[in-house]
Design a protein around this ligand. Structure first.
Ligand code: ACO
Length: 336
C-alpha cells in the first residue's frame, strides 16, 4: 500500500447574488446593525435564491476550482461534499454534484459534521489519497442555512449565510500538503446546537436552535485545545504559522484563538463581516479568497480550525503547495 500525502492544488468559491444587510434584518426584527456588528463582526450575509440548492452552490464553486486548476471532471475520481443542508434526505448532495458536473466515473459521498464539515471532509479526502483509494479529490463545503433558520428568531437568524467553497486535492510532491488532521466530537452537547427536525423524528426539516452563550464558551476552549494538539503533533511553534484560516462563526472567537496563538490580526483570514457563518463552506470560501488575492502563497503554513453542532471540532495544518495557485492568474477572478 502506498502511503502518500495530499496537497491542495486549486480553490474556488461561490456566493449567491442576494445580500442581506444587518439593517434589512433590523427593519423587521428587534435587533440592530450595531448589536450584530459588536457581538459577531457580521455586516451582511448572502442568501440563496428561491429554488437555488446546496448542489447548485457546490457546482459553481467546484467548476471554479477545476478551472483554476486547469482540470476537468475526467481528472477527478472522488467528490466529497461537506454539508448539513443537503438537497434531499437522499441521494447524497455529492452524487447530485457528480451528475451536474457530468461525471459518471469514480465515487461521491457527503460528510456531515456541521460547521466542522470542511475539516472532517479534508481528513476523509486526505486519507483516501494517502491510502491510494483516490488520486484526485474534489472537496466542497456547501450550505444553504437560510433554509433551516427561523427568520423570526433574532438570536440565530442574524448569524448565518449561504455559500460554497471547493478545493482539489492530489498527491503531494516534496514536503508540501496536508501535514495532519485532528478530529473530535462529543454528542453529549447535542442540545446546545441542533436542528429540531429530521426524517426519522419530526419528518420536517426543522429549525436551528442554539444556546449561543454556551457554544461560545465551549468554542473558545475546544478550538484552543485542538490547535495546540495540531501544533504539538507536528512539533511546530505557533509563531511558524503563516495563516490562520478559522471557521467564521464569531469575530470574537476568531480573535480569541489568534490572541492565544500570538498571531497578529493581519495573519488571520477573516470573511465573517461579508459572509456571516456559512458553516462547512466558511473555511474553503476563505481559502479561495486568500489564494486568489495572493495572501496565501506556496510554502506558507496554513492552520485551519472549526467547531460546530454535535459538538464536533477539529483542526488541520497544511503546507501550501507550489502548484496551489495553478490557473488562478489565468482567470484573474477574485472570489465573490
Ligand atoms: N439583536 C439584539 N439583541 C439580541 C440578539 C439580536 N440579534 N440576539 C440576542 N440578543 C439579546 C439576548 O436576548 C440577550 O438579551 P437579555 O440579556 O435581555 O436576555 C442579550 O442579547 C445577550 O445575549 P447573549 O446570547 O448572551 O449574547 P452573546 O454576547 O453571547 O452573543 C452570540 C450571542 C453572538 C450568538 C454568541 O453567543 C455566539 O456567537 N455564540 C457562538 C455561536 C457559534 O460559534 N456557533 C458556531 C457553531 S454554528 C454551527 O455549528 C451550525
Amino acid at each position: 500500500m502506498i502511503i502518500r500525502r495530499s496537497a491542495v492544488v486549486a480553490t474556488g468559491s461561490y456566493l449567491p447574488e442576494r445580500r442581506i444587510t444587518n439593517q434589512e434584518l433590523a427593519d423587521r426584527l428587534d435587533t440592530s446593525d450595531a448589536w450584530i456588528r459588536e457581538r459577531t463582526g457580521i455586516m451582511q450575509r448572502h442568501v440563496a435564491a428561491e429554488g437555488e440548492t446546496t448542489s447548485d452552490l457546490a457546482c459553481h464553486a467546484a467548476r471554479r476550482a477545476l478551472a483554476r486548476g486547469g482540470l476537468g471532471v475526467a481528472d477527478i475520481d472522488c467528490i466529497v461534499v461537506a454539508t448539513a443542508t443537503p438537497d434531499y434526505t437522499f441521494p447524497a448532495t455529492a452524487t447530485q454534484v457528480q451528475a451536474m458536473l457530468g461525471m459518471t466515473h469514480g465515487f461521491a459521498l457527503d460528510v456531515h459534521a456541521v460547521c466542522t464539515g470542511f475539516v472532517y471532509g479534508l481528513a476523509v479526502a486526505d486519507n483516501f489519497i494517502r491510502l491510494g483509494q483516490a488520486n484526485r479529490v474534489l472537496l466542497v463545503g456547501a450550505e444553504t442555512f437560510s433554509r433551516i433558520l427561523d427568520w423570526d428568531d433574532r438570536s440565530t437568524c442574524v448569524l448565518f449565510g449561504d455559500g460554497a467553497g471547493a478545493v482539489v486535492l492530489e498527491p503531494a510532491t516534496g514536503d508540501c500538503g496536508v501535514l495532519s488532521t485532528h478530529l473530535h466530537s462529543d454528542g453529549r452537547y447535542r442540545d446546545m446546537l441542533h436542528v429540531d427536525g429530521g426524517p426519522s423524528t419530526t419528518r420536517h426539516v426543522g429549525h436551528l436552535k442554539m444556546n449561543g452563550r454556551e457554544v461560545f464558551r465551549h468554542a473558545t476552549r475546544k478550538l484552543t485545545e485542538v490547535v495546540e494538539e495540531a501544533l504539538l503533533a507536528n512539533e511546530i511553534e505557533a509563531s511558524a504559522v503563516d495563516w490562520l484560516v478559522p471557521h467564521q462563526a464569531n469575530r470574537r472567537i476568531i480573535d480569541a484563538t489568534a490572541r492565544k496563538l500570538g498571531l497578529a490580526s493581519d495573519r488571520v483570514i477573516v470573511t465573517i463581516d461579508r459572509h456571516a457563518n456559512t458553516s462547512a463552506a466558511s473555511i474553503p470560501l476563505a481559502l479561495a479568497e486568500a489564494t486568489a488575492d495572493g495572501r496565501i502563497s506556496p510554502g506558507d503554513l496554513v492552520l485551519i480550525e472549526a467547531m460546530g453542532g454535535g459538538f464536533t471540532w477539529g483542526a488541520a495544518l497544511i503546507r501550501w503547495s507550489a502548484t496551489s495557485r495553478r490557473g488562478a492568474s489565468a482567470t484573474g477572478e477574485a472570489a465573490r
